[in-house]
Design a protein around this ligand. Structure first.
Ligand code: PTT
Ligand code: SF4
Length: 601
């Protein structure tokens, strides 16, 4: 089929075996690409394994739109059985590696086994080598990027695990280009467990698309339209950091380990402060709305900021200086630690100290202590050891009711939206297929604008609509969703892009069904890999039910448990799952997943 490179590259690090397989057209039609390919492969090939053992597989996967010249198309999905949650885990990274992978002739790389010595994978078109990486092991992601660029050229596509991943810290992420990060649920740790320091990808071929002239015309018009959008100018000034002041105004900024929704120092670190400190802009390939805002951190080094990073490493730990937050962000990038989980772990430890549950004295907003914690966490030493399995693991070790304010869902720390007064977003976190992530359904903006406090069925329907589009379509076509989300670039562009690329005329009904197939398979994977899996996995942290905000305009607000239960019932009903959240036989069969039904039935 046009638009795909067509091949899957399989590399076994235990025995050095390399093979190339055709991807069947039926898989392209049923799963589209990216996340779709990843869950299909994991379902078929990874069964009851320890995520950090050589039996787990790590998948790098792109879609028909990735790596094309189209707007914001330089994205890639990195997926595996997650060592943080035990279930399906993935992340989406913007990287030159996406472009090069397609040019090299592959849509998917499956890494299997485990190398004896540190290594990196070099993919140069059809030539595949497993290279020694003894000299890179232990180096941070910035040094590693420099060394690999020096050796293989600046334009290479490079994906790296940092020292935290080498140490198998379970929320280690994969880094690229000194600022792009992907794979929150421990994809960096899976790389580390395989002694795989990096992938270097260099492709020189061309993908055969169905209608090049049409594609060229759509591409040009698409980029022009994005630039003309009303919100484009402000987006270019603040990027995702525009959410900071919005969250504070709406009392959903994560503050003091998600206790409050407003931060008394927000004006000292919001998007307008970022504008003043702005030093550079970075981002993914093929993007004319690049969102990586670089400022100088408190030590004078460049650091790339995003809203999530600032929310979690700022208010969530009581830190009010943007350059200091940038310092922690840069350290996380160097170590290859996910900033969201990191901020949650530091907040958890600060609260544990305040409550006298640990002997160490850690004060909210203590920058020196936070810096030390990043290093300890990256190494898995001292207090870092306590949180090396995330806040869920830490609460299990610490006990004393700390699970109530361990801010995670399914073991993955929730991202930077406090949901005491946003029940729809709480359900979005609760039902996200990878755990506490906002990527699948960022319903909060719609909820606050339209229907903030209700717990009705139409809100649940809206949530599923978002999941289908964001978690289904964008993750499997594998392009950035931000043109649509942030500057209202129309959804009608995407079927046109896909038709020009593949030659197949398909509509939204079809794409949304693919999204449902992917969701049901991810759910089935959870059920198979986590035997006790069920309804109790779909709840937000206890804090949002139990402890109302004590200040701000949402003072006194918390999520109503009974009404949440009702929303969850509707969610299952609309998805065709039973009241324990398990896909019903008929639902799976309607999606062509008869064999799956047999296995989890
Ligand atoms: C994503 C998560 C996010 S989501 C952010 S900021 W965000 C954090 N960024 C981190 C970072 O930086 N350094 C670090 N060490 N850890 C980090 N962890 C956090 O990871 C990212 C953008 C953003 S910025 C968002 S919302 C959108 N996400 C998309 C998505 O998920 N799918 C898609 N099709 N398009 C998307 N576009 C946007 O991409 P994860 P990136 Mg990311 C420094 O990885 O695991 O998905 O977690 O990839 O290239 O950095 O772009 O306000
Ligand atoms: Fe990457 Fe940001 Fe552009 Fe999306 S908007 S492609 S995340 S730079």
């Amino acid at each position: 089929m046009n638009g795909y490179a067509g091949k899957l590259l399989r590399v076994n690090l235990s025995n050095g075996k390399v093979s190339k397989e055709e991807i069947p057209d039926s898989m392209k039609r049923d799963y589209l690409g990216g996340r779709g390919f990843a869950i299909k492969l994991l379902w078929d090939e990874v069964r009851s394994v320890d995520p950090l053992s050589e039996k787990n597989k790590l998948i790098f996967s792109i879609g028909p739109l990735s790596g094309q010249l189209l707007p914001s198309a330089g994205k890639m999905v990195i997926a595996s059985k997650s060592p943080l949650t035990g279930g399906y885990g993935d992340g989406n990274i913007g990287t030159m590696a996406s472009v090069h992978l397609k040019k090299a002739g592959y849509d998917v790389v499956v890494v299997e086994g485990k190398s004896e010595k540190p290594c990196y994978l070099l993919i140069e078109d059809e030539h595949i080598k497993i290279e020694e990486a003894l000299d890179l092991w232990g180096k941070d992601t910035f040094e590693t990027q420099d060394l690999l660029e020096k050796k293989h050229g600046r334009n290479s596509g490079i994906l790296i695990t940092g020292p935290a991943g080498e140490n198998q810290i379970r929320f280690s992420t994969v880094m690229s280009q000194k600022g792009r990060a992907g794979g929150r649920p421990g994809m960096g740790a899976v790389m580390g467990s395989k002694k795989l320091k990096a992938l270097v990808i260099k492709g020189t071929g061309n993908v055969s698309n169905f209608d090049d002239a049409k594609l060229k015309e759509l591409t040009k018009r698409g980029y022009d339209e994005i630039k003309k959008k009303e919100s484009y100018e402000f987006w270019m000034k603040q990027g995702t950091m525009q959410a900071f002041e919005w969250c504070n105004e709406n009392a959903c900024l994560p503050t003091y380990n998600f206790r409050e929704g407003v931060f008394e120092f927000s004006k000292e670190m919001d998007g307008y402060v970022l504008e003043k400190l702005h030093a550079n802009r970075k981002g993914c390939p093929m993007c004319n709305m690049q969102c990586g805002h670089v400022i100088k951190d408190s030590s004078g080094q460049p650091a790339e900021l995003d809203y999530e990073n600032v929310g979690m490493l700022g208010p969530n730990i009581g830190l009010k200086s943007l350059p200091q937050v940038a310092r922690l962000n840069r350290m996380a990038d160097e170590w290859g630690l996910d900033t969201i989980s990191l901020g949650s772990c530091i907040g958890f430890l600060m609260e544990a100290s305040e409550k006298g549950l640990i002997p160490e004295k850690l004060k909210w907003g203590d920058f020196e202590a936070a810096q030390k914690l990043v290093v300890d966490i990256g190494k898995g030493e001292g207090l870092g050891k306590l949180v090396s399995r995330g806040v869920k693991g830490a609460a299990e070790t610490l006990g004393k009711g700390s699970h109530r304010w361990a801010m995670h869902v399914k073991g993955l720390e929730v991202s930077a939206y406090n949901c005491h007064a946003c029940p729809g977003m709480a359900l979005s976190f609760g039902t996200s297929p990878i755990g506490g992530a906002h990527k699948d359904a960022w319903i909060i903006a719609w909820e606050i604008a339209n229907d903030r406090f209700s717990y009705n069925k139409s809100k649940v329907e809206k949530l599923i609509e978002f999941q289908r589009l964001r978690g289904g379509f964008f993750e499997s076509a594998t392009v950035c969703r931000l043109p649509w989300v942030e500057v209202s670039f129309g959804l009608d562009w995407y079927p046109q892009f896909l038709e020009a690329v593949t030659g197949e005329k398909r509509g939204w009904e079809d794409f949304l069904k693919i999204g449902d197939r992917i969701y049901n398979l991810m759910r089935a994977f959870w059920k198979r890999e986590v035997p006790q899996f069920g309804r109790q996995w779909d709840y937000p942290p206890e804090r949002w039910f139990e402890e109302p905000h004590s200040q701000g305009k949402m003072k006194g607000m918390k999520v109503d448990r009974k009404k949440y239960e009702q929303m969850l019932d509707w969610y299952y009903e609309l998805r065709g799952w039973d009241q324990n959240g398990i896909p019903q036989k008929e639902t799976l069969e309607n999606l062509g997943l008869k064999e799956v039904a047999k296995e989890i039935g």
